[in-house]
Unconditional design. Structure first.
Length: 335
C-alpha cells in the first residue's frame, strides 16, 4: 500500500489501556469520525486480551459499514510500554499482564490485511498533537500526559524520537528527589510518584488529616464534604472539584503539584530545549489554571536563558489522544 493511498482513506486508531480499548475512525485531517469503547481483558490471558482488541475493531467496522468514509487503509495502535515499535511486539507492560512478548502488530495485520503499527501511547499522542493539535507548526515537541501516571513523548521534525532501543521518552521516571518516595518503576522520587493523580490524592489525604478544620465536612466546598467525611476517601478528582469551588486547601495542594512539575520541566528544558511544551491527561485540566505560574517560575529552574519564550499549552485531543495518536502513526508526517 502506498503512502498516498493511506492519506486518501481513513485509519483506525486503537488505544489500549488496562481497563478499556478505545477505537476510532480518523481521517487524514485528524478528525475522529466515529469511536467506541470496549472493556479490556488485561488479566485473562493473551488470547482474551487480543480478542478484546479485535472485538472493538469489529464493532467499529460494523457500525461504519454503510459509511463511504469507512474505507480503512491502516490500523495504528497505542499501548502501554515497554514495547518494540519497530516489530510491533508488546514486551511486558505492568498494566497489561496478559501480554508478554506478544506480536500485536503481526496478529492484527493477519486478520485485517492492512498495515499495522504499534507504539507507546504517549509517543503516539505526542505525534498527533504535533501533526494536528496544540503543537502544530513546532519542530521540537515535548509532550506529557499527566493522569494516573505521567507519560511523555518527544517529536523531532515531525518524527517520534525512539532512541537506540526504542525506549526513549520515559520522562515520567525522571527523578527530581533521590530521597523521595519509591516509584513502582523501582526508582525514588520520580515525577510520576510525586505529581500524578495518586500522588495528589495522597498529599490531599495527609493535609486533610493534619488540618481537619480546613477540610471540614461542614464546608460545602471542602474535601471532607466531597469524601463523605472520610479523609482516606479523598481522590485527585475531588481536589479538582474543591479547587473549582474555591477551596483554599485544594488550591494549595495543586499549587504544590505545579511547583513539582516546574522543577521537572526545568530539567526537560535544559536537556532537550523544546520549542513547545504540551501537557494533556486528566490532571492537566485541573492544573491548567496554574500554567501561567509554571511558565513564570520556569526560568528559575533552568540555565537556558530563553526558557520563558517556550509556550506551555494544553493538549488538543484530551481523552481521545490515544485514538488520534494511533492514527497519527500513519500520517504523512509520521511515516
Amino acid at each position: 500500500m502506498t503512502q498516498s493511498s493511506i492519506q486518501q482513506g481513513s485509519v483506525i486508531g486503537v488505544d489500549i489501556g488496562g481497563t478499556k480499548v478505545a477505537v476510532g475512525m480518523v481521517d487524514a485531517s485528524g478528525k475522529i469520525l466515529a469511536q467506541l469503547r470496549k472493556p479490556m481483558a488485561a488479566n485473562d490471558g493473551a488470547e482474551a486480551g487480543f480478542k478484546a482488541v479485535t472485538s472493538a475493531i469489529d464493532s467499529l467496522l460494523a457500525g461504519e459499514a454503510a459509511n463511504p468514509r469507512a474505507q480503512v487503509n491502516a490500523i495504528g495502535i497505542c499501548a502501554p510500554g515497554p514495547l518494540d515499535p519497530k516489530s510491533g511486539v508488546v514486551l511486558n507492560p505492568p498494566n497489561l499482564p496478559c501480554w508478554r512478548s506478544f506480536p500485536l502488530a503481526e496478529r492484527v495485520a493477519a486478520i485485517y490485511n492492512v498495515p499495522v503499527k504499534v507504539d507507546n501511547d504517549a509517543n503516539a499522542a505526542a505525534l498527533a498533537e504535533t501533526i494536528w493539535g496544540a503543537a502544530r507548526g513546532y519542530r521540537y515537541v515535548f509532550y506529557a500526559t499527566v493522569g494516573t501516571g505521567i507519560g511523555t513523548g518527544i517529536v523531532l521534525d515531525g518524527r517520534i524520537y525512539h532512541g537506540h532501543t526504542g525506549a526513549a521518552g520515559e520522562g515520567g521516571h525522571v527523578t527530581i528527589d533521590y530521597r523521595g518516595p519509591l516509584c513502582p518503576c523501582g526508582k525514588r522520587g520520580c515525577i510520576e510518584v510525586l505529581a500524578a493523580g495518586p500522588a495528589i490524592a495522597l498529599r490531599a489525604r495527609a493535609r486533610v488529616a493534619a488540618e481537619p478544620a480546613r477540610g471540614s465536612a461542614l464546608l460545602s466546598s471542602g474535601l471532607l464534604s466531597l469524601a463523605a467525611g472520610k479523609a482516606d476517601a479523598v481522590t485527585s478528582e475531588m481536589v479538582g472539584k474543591a479547587y473549582a469551588a474555591g477551596d483554599a486547601l485544594a488550591r494549595e495542594i495543586l499549587q504544590e503539584t505545579a511547583e513539582l512539575l516546574t522543577v521537572w520541566l526545568g530539567n526537560i528544558v535544559d536537556l532537550f530545549d523544546p520549542d513547545v511544551l504540551v501537557v494533556g491527561g486528566g490532571v492537566a485540566g485541573m492544573l491548567n489554571p496554574f500554567f501561567a505560574e509554571i511558565k513564570r517560575l520556569l526560568p528559575s529552574w533552568c540555565v537556558n536563558p530563553r526558557a520563558s519564550e517556550i509556550p506551555l499549552v494544553l493538549a488538543h485531543y484530551g481523552a481521545d489522544a490515544g485514538i488520534a495518536g494511533g492514527a497519527a502513526l500513519f500520517s504523512k508526517s509520521g511515516e
